[in-house]
Design a protein. Structure first.
Length: 394
């Protein structure tokens, strides 16, 4: 039977401690001297633990029950309430340097110059959205594999299996850094290899049939909306860069007279400078874009803030407006579209791969390819633009 307030208040002390149980591990301990303490009994990894919830009647029966439910929710999330409380006390005392949150923030700050802005932003999002709420305040030595797994299972339950794997890998980097700086002895995330559901990769949706490519190009030409979005849509099939590389293009990177776009390494996935030869059609689109965005640093400024580039989802949203669902065509799909057709047109695979900025495992060959294939890439990009013009005509 649940404890009543009358029992909690009127049960007299005896010569031995008494326990009045309320359920769910909560009980009132009545000491021989008359003091009455709320206690919560719980188990972690098979071990029984106790936590004090305050003194009755300062902490009422109702308040103790609310606290019990809060702590039980933490347990379901893989958090040990006792360890969490210890971490909070350490934090209040100023001893926060060895918590997961502090070390993760330290590592992320050190990596800021090396990581691409988008990658850094994703790490920040994973840290703030999933890892810190789960065990961020705990000292590194108190974070256990079950705690990490509970946080990852929560992510998996939302269908974000790839994010769960990324978070596990991110935890590993933080722990390895902590080990290197003598603030942890081991990496508990290493024990979770194979514990997560595998990620099933599906190819990004792309249109590759020539007739349907023509339909897509005509639909893009008829797009009515934000002009920078229109120009980005029209340029995308001509340059087939990654969506983030396209939307964040800056005028300082583009030489219209030299018909060349040089994307700096800091904005590339592989962290290497990438040259995009511009066809006459691409230059024409960029000159038109310059008339509406020359007062912005970005070639394709945002809808609401011209000091920022187009948002992540703008191109995909525009394709949806044109009637192309996400399982049919995406912003990233322009790369598959170009790769498929260029290979079928007989262009050398190495030339195509280099223009796609795919990684070259052999560093020496990568340098050689960059110099050797640029003239061929220029020819290919112009021939590709002419080919698209042919498809555009009904």
């Amino acid at each position: 039977m649940p404890l009543t307030d009358t029992e909690a208040r009127k049960t007299p002390p005896s010569d031995r401690p008494q326990k009045l149980f309320d359920g769910g591990g909560l009980y009132l301990l009545i000491n021989p001297n008359g003091t009455r303490w709320w206690r919560l009994k719980y188990r972690v990894a098979g071990s029984e633990k106790l936590l004090s919830l305050g003194v009755y009647p300062e902490v009422s029966l109702k308040a103790a029950r609310e606290r019990r439910e809060e702590l039980r929710r933490q347990l379901k999330a893989g958090i040990d309430p006792g360890q969490q409380r210890r971490a909070e006390k350490l934090s209040q005392a100023g001893a926060v340097a060895d918590t997961f949150e502090a070390i993760a923030n330290e590592w992320l700050e050190l990596q800021k110059k090396r990581l691409a802005p988008a990658t850094h932003s994703k790490c920040r999002w994973m840290l703030d959205g999933y890892l810190i709420p789960a065990f961020g305040r705990l000292p590194m030595g108190d974070v256990t594999p079950p705690m990490i797994l509970a946080a990852l299972r929560l992510i998996e339950s939302k269908g974000a299996h790839e994010t769960a794997h990324r978070c596990r890998a991110f935890c590993g980097r933080i722990f390895r850094y902590a080990i290197a700086t003598s603030r942890a002895e081991r990496d508990p995330s290493a024990d979770l290899r194979g514990a997560l559901a595998p990620v099933v990769h599906t190819p990004r949706a792309a249109i590759t049939d020539p007739e349907r490519i023509g339909d897509l190009l005509r639909a893009i030409d008829g797009y009515e909306g934000h002009y920078p979005t229109l120009y980005a849509l029209r340029l995308a099939p001509l340059v087939f860069t990654r969506p983030g590389e396209l939307r964040c293009a800056e005028w300082a990177e583009i030489d219209l007279d030299g018909a060349e776009w040089v994307i700096p390494g800091r904005r590339m996935k592989m962290r290497q400078e990438h040259i995009v030869p511009l066809s006459t059609q691409a230059v024409e689109i960029l000159r038109a874009a310059h008339k509406v965005s020359s007062n912005s640093r970005f070639v394709f400024p945002g809808v609401r803030n011209r000091a920022e580039p187009l948002s992540n989802n703008t191109i995909n949203a525009a394709l949806r407006r044109l009637g192309y669902p996400k399982d049919e065509m995406t912003g990233h799909g322009f790369r598959a579209l170009a790769s498929t057709r260029l290979n079928e047109m007989g262009w050398a695979p190495d030339v195509i791969e280099r223009q796609l900025a795919h990684a070259e495992a052999n560093r020496v060959r990568a340098v050689y390819n960059r110099a050797q294939y640029l003239p061929e890439r220029r020819k290919m990009m112009q021939a590709w633009a002419d080919y698209l013009d042919g498809l555009r005509r009904p």
